[in-house]
Ligand binder design. Structure first.
Ligand SMILES: Nc1ncnc2c1ncn2[C@@H]1O[C@H](COP(=O)(O)OP(=O)(O)OP(=O)(O)O)[C@@H](O)[C@H]1O
Length: 282
């Protein structure tokens, strides 16, 4: 069974006249990593809210079509139960921190406690994830006193500890420096290797090109294109639809305009390096 199926889904937020999502029809397959990109206000966060069940459980509004999570419509899922299936890392890490725990360690354990995980197992899982994310130095700190980047790492730790099958991650690196951003992508990639289904909204498309299996391009609440990273970033028309492209893909498109094309449109640094070295006869 597929994890997530959206059938002709349209949605308007309460009191809003316009569609935040329109005629969205797509199946997210188990174990795949989906990069969701596109223009501002394109509907990316709304899609995350739907899959996580915040629409319609938290935001009411006007929802039509079907959102099936493991075959059951999101309207029928108990919201608490759905949170054990789908982990959601919000765009704003300040929203993610519970505010009710006094140390980072307790904060990470909170979700597991709510699940009724036994104390010994809980401690093991929290310690594992703290080591994995290299946040040993934060565990005794008050979560409310952390920087944006530190909060984001704690948010990741809390979600990884939960071991959800599906992860919906909305711009996780917006608060992070380039080095920590790469670390986060390494972690997401590791989660993918564990067979998790991942939906990731991200403006840093270089990393989307490098890691995702499939890319979805959103504009004005609609999916305007989907395909492999190569298919998407080779399609120059998408630039006019507000999709950001990796720098190396832009370079490759420029070369084509100059009538000096690479053998193919390169979308990652390693591909560009390989083509440049070939040109140089190296
Ligand atoms: N809580 C809300 N209430 C009313 N309208 C909303 C709400 N959240 C989003 N919208 C509207 O829904 C549309 C889609 O917004 P959404 O946040 O899903 O886009 P996005 O692609 O995630 O944008 P961005 O890249 O700027 O974060 C926009 O027109 C936005 O103004």
């Amino acid at each position: 069974m597929n994890d997530i199926e959206l059938k002709n889904v349209s949605y308007k937020y309460p009191l809003s006249e316009s569609f935040a999502l329109k005629d969205f029809h797509f199946t997210f397959k188990k174990g795949k990593f989906y990069g969701i990109i596109g223009s501002n206000s394109g509907g990316k966060t709304t899609l995350c809210n739907l899959v996580r069940g915040l629409i319609p459980h938290f935001y009411q509004g006007d929802l039509s079509g079907e959102v099936l999570i493991e075959g059951t419509d999101v309207r029928e899922w108990d919201s608490q139960l759905l949170s054990t299936k789908i982990g959601y890392i919000f765009q704003n890490p300040f929203t993610q921190i519970s505010g009710v725990r006094e140390t980072v360690l307790e904060e990470i354990a909170l979700g597991l406690e709510n699940l009724g995980v036994e104390k010994d197992e809980m401690i093991d899982r929290v310690i594992d994830v703290v080591k994995l994310l290299k946040i040993e130095d934060l565990i005794k700190k008050n979560p409310n006193n952390l920087s944006g980047g530190q909060r984001q790492r704690v948010a990741f730790a809390s979600i990884i500890a939960m071991n959800n099958d599906i992860l919906v991650i909305d711009e996780p690196t917006s608060q992070l420096d380039p080095e920590t951003t790469s670390d986060v992508f390494e972690i997401i990639n590791m989660l993918k290797a564990q067979g998790k289904t991942i939906l990731l909204v991200e403006h840093k498309v270089d990393l989307i090109a490098e890691y995702s299996d499939e890319v979805i391009v959103m504009e004005k609440g609609q999916m305007v294109y989907n395909g492999s990273p190569s298919e998407v970033f080779s399609n120059k028309d998408l630039l006019s639809r507000g999709a950001a492209f990796p720098q190396v893909a832009l370079l490759s498109h420029e070369m084509k305009m100059l009538d000096k094309p690479f053998d193919y449109i390169t979308i990652t640094k390693s591909q560009a390096k390989e083509q440049i070295m070939k040109r140089m006869g190296l």
